[in-house]
Design a protein around this ligand. Structure first.
Ligand SMILES: [Zn+2]
Length: 578
């Protein structure tokens, strides 16, 4: 009975592996030896304290350890401070039917009444020797509820143990923390997870080879629960190719602003068995690649077909929307940590992305303003039919036909629809070319303008403008009008945001108010502003990203630091490995 192999607790058809193989004794709890030593020693030596704080990442065994502690305390045949996991008391705790163990999810029952009701029962007797209260996500308790809990912790009944579990110990009231013994759970090492999965495979007679187990360990990222869920998933689908959810439906819905399709795609994925948090995490990882492929392709680590697919979605979404998706999903991931119904958070996030009018965030407000501006600008622009020549046939500047690098969705880059001449707008004195302007400007060559635009104008603009203009190329100049090409329509439309700032940077540099025409040239690859002297190349993005980049120029530094900021926001504590 002293072996440490996991024992299935209930085998009823399709029960998830992580439920079937939840450790039932301290000896089965993996990767938290320091916690096991402390708890088992306390039970054995009768040195139990009345309140414990278990902190650590999700899926590392906090509530499992709390239940094992309850078993060990009430076990009819304890062995060396560990539970037998077979007596009536142990079995009742496993089944969740024991009257000695009271569990509360503080994320959903966080009011003062919940706590009062529960702690009032603490004074009543209990069938077993010890009554164990397990409060999960205890940092979610309201202030009043925390105060009520504190009161009980100050004078706990002799036969009661509180186990407060949290992913975020810093949010627990310091007065509560100080009354607990704090045990920190750690992410579980790859080797430990691997041996756990091999043991589970043996015990359950699963048809899983080493490659499958290695993949599950990778997907588990330090969490036994996630690793076992991943193994479930891998075995169910039978192949490694299914280790990632398929997000093309979701991308399609976002590109076409179709909320119904977005919700359908999400429902499909959850029906395939993907956990909502896992989905959000994987989607965020893909969106991050989409973002990097546009902003700094050499930093993106998507490969082969994925790279083509994701750059294709990127060119349809455009940088501004990609950033908003990245931020919105990141926020949803944080909210999901404490939400009782996690899939709802993801659904709401998707609908907000598609219908910004439902969103009150700054980014959404910005998107709404842009929409209104666009709607307002069109009729104004139409009468002054000089708008016509501003739009050149796509690709006319580079010579290369607008061959999309992939056969994917990017192949449908729409021809630029008639739109307002984005630049001068209603600014004062924007009449094209006063006498002085014309004479000064006449001396400038296209090369001059291009160089000064890239070297001096762009660095003078706001960060968001730099991010966009990194993709731009000055392609013609006739002394008064300047044509600037961008790789896609979405980016071209976003020039409305930066028009004002760019205009003043241009004026500062050239002392002239040029008319700027924005055009779309899909042969430009987002993120790698190709050297202007060369015709745009129809090569796939991975080539053009890798072989030469305008290395080290100021705008790429800005992009990198912005990417870094976003990445650290999305993946706190992550380090870039390149
Ligand atoms: Zn027992």
């Amino acid at each position: 009975m002293a072996d440490s192999s996991p024992t299935p607790t209930s085998i009823d058809g399709v029960t998830a592996l992580y439920r079937r193989f939840r450790p039932g004794r301290f000896a089965e709890l993996r990767g938290q030896d320091h916690v096991v030593r402390a708890l088992q020693g306390a039970v054995k030596n009768d040195r139990i304290v009345h309140a414990y704080l278990f902190s650590g990442p999700r899926g590392t065994g906090k509530t499992t350890a709390a239940r094992i502690l309850a078993k060990a305390l009430n076990c009819e045949h304890p062995l060396d401070g560990d539970a037998c996991n077979e007596c009536a008391s142990c079995v009742a705790i496993t089944r969740g039917s024991s009257l000695d163990v009271i569990e509360l999810d503080a994320a959903s029952n966080n009011g003062v009444d919940d706590i009062r009701e529960i702690t009032a029962g603490a004074w009543h007797g209990t069938p077993g020797q010890w009554k164990v209260y397990i409060f999960d996500e205890v940092h979610q308790l309201s202030k009043a509820a925390s105060a009520a809990l504190l009161k009980t912790l100050e004078e706990p009944p002799q036969h009661v143990v509180f186990v407060l579990a949290t992913t975020d110990p810093h949010k627990v009231l310091p007065t509560i923390r100080s009354r607990t013994q704090h045990l920190e759970f750690r992410l579980i090492g790859g080797e430990t997870l691997s041996s756990l999965l091999h043991d589970v495979q043996g015990a359950a007679g699963l048809a899983a080879d080493d490659a499958l187990i290695d993949a599950a360990v990778r997907l588990g990222r330090g969490s036994a629960r996630d690793a076992l869920s991943a193994l479930d998933q891998l075995i169910a689908t039978g192949s490694l190719s299914e280790t990632q959810p398929e997000f093309d439906g979701l991308f399609h819905a976002l590109v076409h602003a179709d909320a119904v399709e977005a919700l359908r795609s999400l429902a499909l994925l959850t029906r395939e068995g993907w956990d909502p948090e896992q989905l959000a995490e994987s989607f965020a990882a893909e969106i991050r690649q989409v973002f990097l492929l546009q902003a700094a392709p050499d930093v993106a680590d998507a490969v082969d077909a994925d790279r083509d697919r994701l750059s294709a979605w990127g060119s349809q979404l455009g940088l501004a929307r990609t950033v908003r998706i990245l931020e919105t999903i990141g926020r949803a991931m944080r909210e999901m940590k404490s939400a009782p119904d996690k899939v709802v958070i993801l659904e709401v996030a998707l609908v907000r992305l598609i219908k910004p009018e439902l969103d009150s965030s700054i980014e959404a407000l910005d998107e709404r303003v842009t929409k209104i501006e666009r709607a307002g600008a069109r009729p104004v622009a139409a009468p002054s039919s000089t708008a016509g020549p501003a739009l050149r046939p796509i690709g006319s500047t580079g010579g290369a036909p607008p061959v999309s690098p992939t056969a994917g969705p990017a192949a449908t880059v729409a021809p630029a629809p008639p739109a307002p001449p984005a630049s001068p707008g209603p600014g004062p004195g924007s009449g094209p070319g006063s006498g002085r302007a014309a004479s000064d400007a006449a001396a400038l060559s296209l090369e001059d303008v291009r160089e000064r635009f890239e070297q001096r104008v762009v660095p003078r603009t706001a960060r968001s403008a730099q991010l966009l203009l990194k993709n731009a190329r000055v392609c013609s100049f006739d002394g008064q009008r300047l044509s600037i090409a961008l790789p896609n329509e979405e980016m071209r439309q976003n020039t409305e945001h930066i028009a004002q700032g760019l205009r003043s940077a241009m004026e500062h540099e050239f002392k002239v108010n040029f008319q700027i025409d924005w055009i779309v040239d899909p042969s430009l690859v987002a993120g790698s502003s190709a050297p202007s002297s060369r015709p745009a190349r129809p090569e796939p993005p991975e080539r053009s990203g890798a072989d030469e980049d305008p290395a080290g120029d100021e705008s790429s530094i800005v992009v990198d630091s912005m990417a870094g900021h976003l990445i650290s926001e999305m993946f706190p504590g992550a380090e870039e490995i390149s």
